[in-house]
Design a binder for this molecule. Structure first.
Ligand code: TYD
Ligand code: MG
Length: 455
């Protein structure tokens, strides 16, 4: 099918951005990363000489609006969260890179999806270069993957994939992982930059020529000895990263590049003994409050196109051992320092002899400012040792003067809060688009919080 001849050429690749250069230097000329250039052999396909030019194939400029678009039918994985992240399903011929740290659940996710697709009657080829047949068989049993059309190939050689491709004729291929496969046209070991690039190029060609989607699993590695998935990001259509610490039960699948959809969507999963299950209602995990305890406040964040509630917990305690500590888990510690300064200046609370710990429940990390107000309220609640009124939720950014600022998509957040039974919604007085039928409490400044919360 494919005939590749290789020529070697010494090159340097940046392990951070994948940029090439012919000369070593301490700093990458493309992304300015230090000490990231690694020597490798660049592989180039042999040039075809003296071939008459086929003039019917000459590239010609045409009008954009004259391009014939045949609507491609997307293949559904049967896992809603996964389809959503892909932008509505798999497009034939697309190449998807699934990156993530070892142990996050990439193989589990792909085996489950492969099984679901195979169940719908499509042949799926799962290529594993990481685990033995028995290991995958055992996992398959545990995950109840028993679809008739699911084929397994345990090999690390690209040529074996070729062979299996023509034998099985699958409609979808999973390569687990791209770092474990090699092509014998290159001397370097599997996982090296040149192998990674060449194997990706070969699989991409296979995908486009045969119109079969390919999923490439890639491990995120911190050192440059084994190249990370960053290096091949530009070669694939879609890049998904699977995040979540091993101990944490929930995992987030996030698109960072998508040629066939938006990158706003995320998929949320939970790892259980029988594999990954979808979390359609994220408020369930990040927030499951039974009692109204002191030091907790509820906020609402937006991830992708969904709003969900998060619980902020604060602990203000006497600092008995010299310097007081400030610890923020789930958001930037500088933000905590800023909020403590605001509380000191505007509310006159002296916290310099107190340790302050703030934590977002469920292990979620939040970068958006909408939880500022909830964080301030949680700290006040712990300091006063008084719980917030039943059914209170706080949505707003706190500015450097202590003013409460509106946040994006307030309407969506208010509706989510309402849906979960929160009647006391505290938001910035400058918020627009508040739904008519929902009563809210508007605040201008954090000074107003005390009477509202602890009266
Ligand atoms: P795995 O999919 O092998 O991760 P990756 O391919 O990203 O390296 O699985 C990750 C972890 O998930 C593994 O350490 C065990 C755990 N796990 C479960 O808790 N339940 C399950 O059903 C499976 C298959 C794995
Ligand atoms: Mg794996």
């Amino acid at each position: 099918m494919l005939e590749l001849k290789f020529l070697g050429e010494q090159m340097f690749f940046c392990t951070e951005c994948g940029g090439e250069t012919s000369k070593w230097s301490g700093k990458c000329p493309h992304c300015s990363a230090w000490n990231s250039l690694k020597e490798t052999t660049k592989v180039v396909g042999k040039k075809k000489k003296n071939q008459p030019k086929d003039h019917t194939q000459v590239a010609k400029a045409i009008k954009l609006n004259e391009i014939n678009i045949t609507q491609k039918i997307r293949i559904k994985t049967g896992i809603g969260e996964f389809d959503g992240t892909l932008g509505g399903g798999i497009v034939p011929g697309m190449v998807v890179l699934i990156g993530g740290e070892p142990g996050v659940g990439k193989s589990t996710l792909m085996l489950q999806s492969a099984n679901e697709i195979a169940k719908s009657g499509k042949k799926v080829l799962y290529v594993s270069g990481e685990e033995s047949r028995e290991q995958i068989g055992l996992r398959g049993k545990r995950l109840m993957c028993d679809a008739e059309h699911l084929y397994l190939l345990c090999s690390t050689e690209v040529n074996d994939v070729f062979k299996a491709l023509s034998e099985v004729e699958p409609e979808l291929v999973v390569i687990d992982s791209i770092q474990s496969v090699y092509t014998d046209g290159i001397d370097n070991a599997p996982g090296s930059i040149s192998q990674l690039r060449e194997c990706t190029a070969i699989f991409t060609r296979m995908a486009k020529q045969n119109n079969i989607p390919f999923f490439l699993i890639g491990h995120v590695t911190k050192d440059g000895a084994v190249a990370g998935p960053k290096i091949i990001e530009h070669m694939v259509d879609t890049v998904l990263y699977f995040e979540g610490e091993q101990q944490k039960q929930f995992k987030i699948l996030r698109a960072t590049k998508n040629r066939f959809g938006s990158t706003n969507e995320i998929g949320i999963f939970q790892m259980q003994t029988d594999g990954l299950t979808e979390v359609a209602d994220p408020s369930e995990i990040f927030f499951n409050r039974e009692d109204n305890s002191t030091g907790t406040a509820i906020g609402c964040v937006i991830e992708g196109s969904r709003a969900f509630l998060v619980e902020v917990q604060a602990l203000v305690a006497n600092a008995n051992y010299g310097n007081s500590q400030r610890v923020a888990l789930g958001f930037d510690h500088r933000k905590l320092a800023l909020q403590l300064a605001l509380i000191d200046k505007n509310l006159g609370l002296d916290l310099k002899n107190n340790d302050v710990f703030v934590n977002l429940i469920g292990g979620i990390k939040v970068a958006e400012p909408s939880v500022d107000l909830a964080t301030v309220a949680a700290i006040l609640s712990s300091f006063k040792d008084m719980a917030l009124p039943e059914g209170t939720i706080l949505i707003g950014e706190v500015g450097l003067n202590g003013e409460v600022r509106p946040v994006s998509q307030s309407e969506k957040r208010i509706k989510e809060a309402r849906k979960l039974g929160y009647a006391n919604i505290i938001i910035s007085s400058r918020t627009k688009n508040i739904p008519d039928n929902i009563k809210v409490t508007k605040v201008k400044h954090i000074r107003q919080l005390f009477p509202i919360l602890f009266n």
